[in-house]
Ligand binder design. Structure first.
Ligand code: NDP
Length: 332
């Protein structure tokens, strides 16, 4: 069995030398434990933060220890009465081929209801992030003009589509390639989209949202956030979900220069963590699961194969190689 370790804390962009893929024995399960063969691993932007020595809402990854992350796998041995060999479970010991842990930390998932990888994406953590952030934190109202950055990614592509399905007046997205922009308008039903690499964000946003923005769902930070404040309408709401444009910065970047616009607009900026919103999970699964089944909400996954390519897949998320959720699939 192989697993990824963090050897040193990256400075700026993570380097392959900060990590190692190590061979290890599969331990025997203790009482109440299960052994899971991982089938799909999640690699996510927040993992960059956990590589730093700073404790945030979660402890940093420990050095010389296996990395952690969301994963879905098949139970291959069980010493717990509630879990059987052959069950599929969602758990948190990703970045490795086999995981051994207390069965109480496993959430059963049904491959008959949805493809297993979707429990990491459209029906999983990133999906709930979009749902809770847009509907609860940004308090979407019918008729709102919604702007979302990182709009072709896992969270962003779902934010835009949920906004449309919930009656937003106009949905605008930004993404990092012309191909992603086409996907947003041609397949996902965004009213307008732009490639932030093609020109200043504030100019492109003004053109796409001539009447301003009521909700901004921020996945990116930096110039996107400043542009959204600049276009914010009266009583506008900004949900700070992520700030991927600064995750690899080695020095703090200056904040938005136009915060004073919040006074005249009576605008509100609120950060949030998906972990605080799991009470919405049943509603989320029912509503979004229904839209996925009916085809009203579309999703893509970018799949990288093989445990040895997990680090590359993670770096790919930071670079923008992915469209929709980035998944590492371990073929047996
Ligand atoms: P994505 O699938 O959106 O992947 C990240 C994307 O970010 C890339 O595909 C890339 O797309 C884009 N990106 C990278 N660098 C930049 C940059 N400098 N400027 C603009 N865009 C950039 O990831 P997720 O959907 O998993 O996460 C999206 C955001 O949500 C992240 O910021 C993440 O940290 C945050 N998040 C927050 C949670 C919370 O609880 N608050 C929970 C889950 C996620 P492109 O080609 O368009 O540049």
């Amino acid at each position: 069995s192989r697993e990824w370790l963090l050897l040193s804390r990256p400075h700026g962009w993570p380097q392959p030398s900060d990590f190692a893929l190590r061979e290890t024995e599969i331990p025997e399960p203790g009482p109440g434990q299960v052994v899971v063969r991982n089938l799909h691993l999640s690699v996510d932007p927040y993992m960059r933060g956990r590589m730093n020595a700073v404790k945030t809402y979660v402890d940093p990854y420990e050095l010389d220890r296996p990395m952690l992350g969301g994963a879905v796998g098949e139970v291959v041995a069980s010493r717990d009465e509630g879990v059987e060999v052959g069950d599929h479970v969602l758990h948190f010991l990703g970045w490795r081929e086999y995981a051994v842990f207390d069965a109480s930390h496993a959430v059963k998932v049904d491959p008959g209801l949805a493809p297993l990888s979707t429990y990491l994406g459209v029906l999983g953590m990133t999906g709930l992030t979009a749902y809770a952030g847009l509907l609860r934190v940004a308090a979407l109202q019918e008729g709102d003009t919604v702007f979302v950055s990182g709009a072709a990614g896992a969270v962003g592509s779902q934010v835009g589509q949920i906004a449309r399905l919930k009656g937003a007046g106009r949905v605008i997205g930004s993404a990092g390639s012309d191909e992603k922009v086409r996907l947003l308008t041609e397949e996902y039903g965004f009213d307008a989209a732009f490639n932030y690499k093609n020109g200043p964000v504030h100019e492109q946003l003004k053109a796409a949202a001539p009447d301003g923005v009521d909700v901004y769902f921020d996945n990116v930070g930096g110039d996107h956030l400043e542009a959204a404040i600049g276009s914010l309408n009266r009583d506008g709401r900004i949900a700070i979900c992520g700030a991927i444009s600064v995750y690899n910065d080695t020095e703090a970047s200056p904040g938005p220069r136009n915060l004073a616009r919040l006074i005249q607009t009576r605008g509100r900026i609120q950060g949030f963590l998906v972990g605080d919103h799991y009470d919405l999970q049943p509603e989320f699964v029912q509503e979004v699961g229904g839209w996925v089944r009916s085809g009203e909400l579309k999703y893509r996954e970018t799949v990288v194969h093989g445990i040895e390519n997990t680090l590359e897949a993670f770096l790919g998320v930071l670079r923008g190689d992915n469209t929709g959720k980035m998944i590492v699939t371990l073929d047996s």
